[in-house]
Design a protein around this ligand. Structure first.
Ligand SMILES: [Zn+2]
Length: 322
């Protein structure tokens, strides 16, 4: 599990241990924030017959009892997952969930349901779920996850204990890395927060389709540049002409760093490129410095600064592994 989920796990473990876990729990966050991992973790702990506590006071399923084994093979009868390959979760699926809770548990005492992508429920599905949320049966737990909590019905949100999962970004993210020879990066935390999520809704690429399109192109060009030294001219033009570009550059590097970090934690092999966190970190600092110069210096040659930035970045990319 990602390190930033620990405080949430600790809180939920305390509540569960004290028998104070609410009937409905909502985990929200951007894609990759870890809220789905939390839902799986919590479900397993709720169902496991022999959970244990680790030295961080976090509960864990045992992975060995009959429940854990059946749950791992997706065949535990006292759990139901609602998800959809289609655009929406319909009212029929939510009715299945209500009927599921009306029956007594087959094996253990608790029954659990996970509504994945809860925001994709249709209005009538959400209204049907409201009824189930309002009339909980004993020892039943409904866990909802969503990547877009703002599109979930407020009445649903109000019936749940909500956990907003925010992975660290920018300086906070990089501060969690061990860089180089096991040296931990120390950063000044009194600097202005670079938390991208704090102001996401103000950014035009989220509300304007053509800006969003420019962002995607820019993002692809960065990847091509970092991997193959391609698209230098387009990248340079964007950096000189587009006022969003320098901020986008920071954001893309932060995203790539996060992908890299997750990849190193989980050993998944779906990473598009593998620059290493140290190089990404150096690139991030270069962009930050360039961005700061653009913002604070009155007389700055944007063309020259952008050209130099790209040269410096390719030197880092091409340098020998540290
Ligand atoms: Zn178990």
């Amino acid at each position: 599990m990602q390190a930033w989920l620990q405080t949430t796990q600790q809180q939920l473990s305390r509540q569960l241990h004290a028998n104070k876990l609410p009937h409905a729990i909502l985990f929200s966050g951007v894609k990759g924030a870890g809220h789905e991992e939390l839902a799986l973790w919590l479900t397993q702990v709720l169902l496991c017959q022999h959970y244990h506590v680790d030295n961080l006071n976090i509960l864990h399923g045992c992975n060995q009892c009959k429940t854990c084994q059946l749950f791992a093979s997706n065949s535990y009868p006292d759990h139901i997952t609602l998800s959809t390959d289609k655009a929406t979760i319909g009212v029929d699926e939510v009715r299945k969930l209500s009927q599921f809770f009306e029956k007594t548990a087959h094996i253990g005492t608790a029954k659990t349901a996970w509504v994945k992508q809860a925001d994709s429920m249709t209005i009538s599905a959400a209204n049907a779920l409201l009824k189930t949320l309002e009339e909980p049966t004993a020892n039943s737990f409904i866990i909802l996850t969503t990547n877009s909590v703002e599109t979930l019905l407020p009445t649903i949100i109000s019936r749940c204990q909500q956990f907003k999962i925010r992975p660290p970004v920018g300086e906070n993210l990089l501060a969690e890395f061990s860089i180089g020879d096991g040296q931990h990066v120390t950063l000044q935390h009194n600097q202005q927060s670079t938390d991208l999520f704090a102001n996401l809704s103000h950014y035009s690429e989220l509300s304007d389709a053509s800006v969003a399109n420019d962002f995607q192109t820019f993002r692809n060009n960065i990847k091509q540049y970092l991997c193959y030294h391609a698209h230098r001219a387009e990248l340079l033009k964007a950096l000189v002409d587009n006022n969003n570009a320098m901020r986008w550059f920071e954001k893309v590097i932060v995203d790539l760093t996060r992908e890299q970090w997750r990849w190193e934690l989980s050993a998944q092999s779906d990473l598009e490129m593998n620059l290493g966190t140290e190089k990404l970190w150096q690139i991030y600092r270069l962009i930050q410095t360039a961005n700061m110069k653009l913002k604070t210096l009155v007389q700055v040659n944007r063309q020259f600064l952008s050209e130099k930035l790209l040269v410096d970045i390719s030197q880092i990319v091409n340098s020998a592994e540290g």
